[in-house]
Every structure is written in structure tokens, then in C-alpha cells.
Write a protein that binds this ligand. Structure first.
Ligand code: NAD
Length: 275
């Protein structure tokens, strides 16, 4: 079972997806994707820079499940930003994934020439080659700058989000502008200190769930799309079992209090602090 978030253009995005960053290549990768598909995940998040688009495409094909039943996201890397370069990068990504369209394509970081890259994405969207176009790691100033110069606004922003770093201001801004919020690092990248917080342990105990499941549920109830990553079959299944319980308002409030402002992301070379 899954829940969906409707993008501003009506496209339905499965609210739980599976992130494939840093899953070891080879047998471990193949097994992780197989297990994820078996557990019911159909939404997969990759990127050119992860170097596993080809392997993901192969596993999807091997599953025998029609491509239309999957929701596949990839991202254009900073060195491919630009009108022509982004079009080429998109074609290469589709080729590697062995698909003719992408469900979602994101600008990975606000690097130089992201406005020109966006023009290319707008065209690919209009041609039906991408169902949802968006960005990742954009701050409010980047979004404002981009929206002023584009005819189609970003439909989604994929940003680091977890209880210690809930992105409250950016979250409110996204809601206000009808931009879907997707969390990367939804489990704080598996940080033990977070997963073992006594407040989370208590809530998890009450629902007979794990703290990871409680955190993912907290995201769902905020209306956020999550793409947890794991290569452990038990955890892959565990992370999918988050639709059969609900956090109370008090529990949600307790989790909201875990905000420490601590983020894990490091801005890559070329990241534009100002638009
Ligand atoms: P995450 O929060 O999903 O944490 C993953 C780690 O949490 C795993 O490696 C594992 O150690 C642990 N974990 C997973 N399930 C668990 C469970 N049930 N119990 C205990 N521990 C568990 O962090 P992430 O992998 O960085 O983010 C998820 C996905 O987001 C990535 O795979 C990638 O697709 C995407 N991402 C995007 C960006 C971006 O810049 N757009 C950056 C990082 C990640």
C-alpha cells in the first residue's frame, strides 16, 4: 500500500519511494532493488551522479512489471547544467534507464546555468518526455529567481529534511507556492543519535513500530514525499510498513521539538549561494 501526493499538474507521486544513493554496486544493488519491488515500492530515486541508472533500469526491466507502473526520478548533475547540455544529459539518462520518458527529472543543485537548464526541462516537459519537473537543494532565493524567469514553476523541491532539520520555513514557502516537498535523508541518513532519541523510542514502543517507521510516518503526515534508502532486506520491508498507524497530534508535536537545525548536506563545488 502507498499514499500519493498530487503534483500541481495533477500527476500522482507515490509518497513513499526508494532512494538508491550509495548502494553498493553489483549483487547488493540488484538484491536491494529486487527486495524493494517485492515489498511494493514502485517509486525509485536515482541521479546521474549516483552511477547506477543503468543497473536500476535493468532491475526494473527484469521485474517483468510494466514500466508505466513505476515512478522513476533522476537528476541532472551540476556539470550538465545549460540548455543543450541538459537535453543531452536527459537523453543519456533515459538511455541508461532504458526508458522513453521520466516520471520526474530534477536539477540536482543550483549550479551555474540552472535557468538555461530549466528552459530545456520546460521543453522536455511540454513534449511529454518528463511528467514532473523540479529541483533539489534549492533555497527560497533560488526558487524566486527561477520562477521570475520561467513559464513553468518548479513542481517539486527535493531537500534534506528530517526531525532534526525539518526545514520549517522552506516547507511553508513550498506549500504557499504549490511546490511539493520531497525529503532526502528522511532518516537523518541513519544517524544513530536520532534513531535512538528517547522521545522517538517511546512513540515507537506505543505503536509497536521502529523509530525509523515513526520518523517516516511523521513525514507522511506533514504531506512530504520520502525516499529512504537501505540495502538491508529487513529494513527495506520495515520502511514500507508505515501506512497502518497514525501519530497523534501530541506525538507529532513531540517530534517537531527534535529540531536542532543540524544538517548533514555539504554544498558541492559550483553551488551558487546567490542566484
Ligand atoms: P536516509 O535518511 O534514507 O538514510 C539511509 C540510511 O539509514 C541507511 O544507509 C541505513 O544506514 C539507515 N536506515 C535505513 N532504514 C533504516 C531502518 N529501518 N532502521 C535503521 N536504520 C535505517 O538517507 P539518504 O540515503 O542520504 O537519503 C535517501 C535518498 O535520498 C538517497 O538514497 C538518494 O536517493 C536521495 N538523496 C538525494 C540527495 C540530493 O542532493 N538530492 C542527497 C542525498 C540523498
Amino acid at each position: 500500500m502507498n499514499m500519493v501526493i498530487e503534483a500541481v499538474n495533477g500527476i500522482k507521486i507515490p509518497q513513499l519511494g526508494f532512494g538508491v544513493y550509495k548502494i553498493k554496486k553489483g549483487e547488493q544493488f540488484e538484491r536491494a532493488i529486487r527486495e524493494a519491488i517485492r515489498a511494493g515500492y514502485r517509486h525509485f530515486d536515482t541521479a546521474k551522479i549516483y552511477g547506477n541508472e543503468e543497473a536500476l533500469g535493468l532491475e526494473i526491466q527484469k521485474s517483468g512489471i510494466p514500466r508505466e507502473q513505476f515512478f522513476i526520478t533522476s537528476k541532472v548533475w551540476t556539470t550538465d547544467l545549460g540548455y543543450k547540455a541538459t537535453k543531452i544529459a536527459f537523453e543519456q539518462t533515459c538511455k541508461k534507464l532504458n526508458v522513453v520518458y521520466l516520471d520526474m527529472y530534477l536539477i540536482h543543485f543550483a549550479g551555474p546555468h540552472y535557468v538555461e537548464a530549466w528552459k530545456a526541462m520546460e521543453e522536455l516537459y511540454s513534449e511529454g518526455k518528463i511528467k514532473v519537473i523540479g529541483v533539489a537543494n534549492f533555497e527560497i532565493n533560488h526558487l524566486e529567481f527561477l520562477m521570475k524567469q520561467s513559464s513553468i514553476s518548479p513542481m517539486i523541491n527535493q531537500i534534506e529534511t528530517h526531525p532534526e532539520f525539518p526545514q520549517n520555513d522552506l516547507h511553508d514557502y513550498l506549500i504557499q507556492h504549490r511546490i511539493s516537498h520531497e525529503a532526502w535523508g528522511p532518516l537523518g541518513q541513519g544517524n544513530k543519535a536520532l534513531l535512538e532519541r528517547p522521545e522517538l523510542v517511546e512513540i515507537a514502543h506505543h505503536h509497536k513500530k521502529s523509530t525509523a517507521q515513526v520518523i517516516l510516518r511523521w513525514h507522511l503526515q506533514r504531506g512530504i514525499i520520502v525516499i529512504p534508502k537501505s540495502s538491508n532486506p529487513k529494513r527495506i520491508k520495515e520502511n514500507s510498513e508505515i501506512f497502518d498507524f497514525e501519530l497523534t497530534v501530541e506525538e507529532t508535536e513531540k517530534i517537531n521539538q527534535l529540531n536542532t537545525g543540524k544538517r548533514y548536506s555539504v554544498k558541492p563545488t559550483g553551488y551558487m549561494v546567490n542566484p
